[in-house]
Design a protein around this ligand. Structure first.
Ligand code: ADP
Length: 536
């Protein structure tokens, strides 16, 4: 997950998500085609149908609204605020819709409705859905020009909900008290006036086509994809509405089922996506924290070691160089003394260089303790240590370990650091590549003369041939936030243990790192022989 993507509204959909959305719209379309020829078959009236389905959709829309309001508040997004308010509004309109529906609660409907009240409420609802999405897309575009400003005041959620409620109440009053101002849509409680309904449905098709077009053109996020799904279903509903003659027909029931199913799909997708985003963000935050800790620890250690160990030879460099200078700047220059001082300078400089190398090799581990251990155990332990990183990048790991491996004598902490390094590099290379199969294989085997070998292979993009040797040089990195020290340090640690570390092309095209250690891989001691070990 890139750090730039923060929520549902800016994370682009993956190919799977696009595929799922498309499959859903396809399934709805197939169902529509199947129902079309039989849409006007008259069925019986089921009194609890409207209250039940309205109740379910009401709850679903309020959940979507609360998800959107939460994101709008965190990211100070006007676009999301408007969209969330739209969901509150359409949800609230369902209350008078169900109450006034004739036969649902009382034969004539509650709130003193006229014969057309309920139909008009549904039409208000269906007109407003595309309008809110258009507003959302336009505001989103306007917002994307300015960077997100988290210091901006949070959106007035309560005010928005109140406004949505007021609008819903106003339209309800209009459809009940002012019902005579609205053109009739039904001749009785069952049969629709075809011409009026036809015109209204055409207006809805045109109205819905606008946000569908906008989203197809400007679709950038997971949320956009699912809004598009929702609107495509609305579009299909409006088309199916055209040939329907009356309430309680097969097609009429199917419209509600469609509405319900599309809401359910969008709701489940949004909840699933926000959970997934949350988990991914949590994982990457944890990983960042750990990385920072590790870096701080090693930086602390290195800084202390550098100032302590290199200070002394550097003082010697400067003292010997000044001695040489003064020997040469006398009235009668003493060239023998100057040569001696300059030789001292060179030796001190070499010492400083060797110390720097050995500090790098010892990096943070002062214990220097050597123990006998099973390399396979260490591999398993290290893999378990990184299982969260692997899960976050959807990497599958296979271990092919030779159980007859002899134990080795080495600094376990340092060898583990090398393994962590190799594995993290492999995981990062897989994370950077947009590949279907993300695999890491760790093999171990006994080599000649009691040596042991561990190979870490990945199915990532691999290493360019010209970079094969460079990658082991300090500060060589191709990552934006890389230090370029991991491999050079790992190689130094391995070489100090008398082993070898090298890279090659993996069979699957990725990279393989080979780590070879002698059965007794005792590192040279930091304190006794630092210059010798590092130079050697
Ligand atoms: P860093 O990881 O900080 O870049 P390293 O020394 O660990 O430093 O790695 C140096 C470079 O080697 C990386 O930037 C990357 O280009 C390359 N590299 C290391 N491991 C792999 C791998 N498994 N696949 C591809 N490239 C790799």
């Amino acid at each position: 997950l890139s750090q730039e993507y923060l929520g549902l509204f800016d994370t682009p959909p993956s190919r799977t998500e696009n595929g799922l959305a498309l499959a859903f719209v396809g399934a709805v379309f197939v169902a529509f085609l199947a129902v079309l020829p039989v849409a006007n078959i008259q069925l019986g009236e089921v009194a609890p149908f409207i209250p039940t389905i309205s109740g379910i959709i009401f709850v679903g829309e309020l959940i979507v609204a609360s998800l959107l309001f939460a994101q709008a508040t965190v990211f100070r997004s006007r676009a999301l605020t408007v969209l969330a308010s739209g969901y509150v509004f359409t949800a609230l309109l369902l209350i008078p819709y169900a109450l006034t529906f004739p036969g649902a609660f009382t034969p004539g409907g509650l709130l003193h409705p006229g014969p057309n009240t309920t139909a008009w409420l549904m039409i208000f609802r269906r007109w407003s859905e595309p309008l809110f999405v258009v507003l959302y897309v336009l505001l989103k575009q306007a917002d994307s020009a300015t960077p997100p400003d988290l210091l901006r005041a949070p959106p007035p959620v309560i005010l928005c909900v109140a406004a949505a409620a007021a609008l819903a109440a106003g339209l309800t009053i209009f459809a009940t008290v002012g019902r005579d101002l609205l053109p009739p849509l039904l001749t009785n409680r069952r049969d629709l006036i075809f011409s009026s309904i036809f015109l209204l449905n055409m207006s809805m098709i045109v109205l819905t086509a606008i946000p569908v077009g906008l989203l197809l053109w400007r679709r950038t996020s997971i949320l956009d994809t699912w809004l598009l799904v929702s609107l495509s279903t609305v579009l299909i509903q409006s088309v199916l509405n055209l040939p329907i003659h009356g309430r309680f027909t097969l097609g009429w029931y199917f419209l509600f089922v469609l509405l319900f199913v599309s809401h359910l799909a969008v709701l489940m997708a949004l909840i699933g996506e926000s959970n997934r985003l949350y988990v991914r963000l949590a994982l990457s935050t944890a990983a960042h924290g750990r990385e920072r800790d590790a870096r701080m620890m090693s930086i602390d250690g290195v800084a202390a070691a550098i100032s302590h160990e290199i200070g002394q030879p550097l003082t010697a460099v400067s003292l010997s160089a000044s001695a040489a200078l003064s020997a040469l700047s006398r009235p009668r220059p003493d060239s023998a003394a100057a040569i001696k001082s300059l030789n001292d300078t060179i030796r001190a400089a070499q010492r400083a260089f060797a110390v720097a190398k050995s500090i790098r090799a010892m990096f943070g581990d002062r214990s220097n303790s050597v123990t006998e251990f099973d390399l396979n155990d260490l591999v398993r332990e290290t893999a378990a240590l990184l299982d969260r990183e692997m899960a976050a990048q959807k990497v599958s790991l296979r271990l092919a370990l030779d159980e007859s491996l002899p134990p080795i004598l080495a600094n376990r902490v340092q060898i583990q650091r090398v393994l962590v390094n190799l594995l993290m590099n492999a995981i990062e290379s897989l994370g950077a590549a947009d590949r279907r199969s993300r695999r890491i294989v760790i093999r171990s085997e006994a080599a000649d003369h009691g040596a042991v070998r561990v190979e870490v292979s990945d199915s990532g993009p691999g290493i360019a041939p010209e970079a094969m040797t460079q990658i082991f040089e300090p500060f060589f990195t191709t990552k934006p936030s890389g230090t370029g020290l991991g491999l050079s340090l790992s190689r130094t640690v391995v070489e100090i243990h008398g082993g070898r570390l090298w890279a090659s092309r993996a069979e699957e095209g990725g990279a393989t790192f080979h780590l070879e250690l002698r059965h007794v891989a005792r590192p040279a001691r930091y304190s006794d022989d630092r210059a010798g070990a590092a130079a050697g």
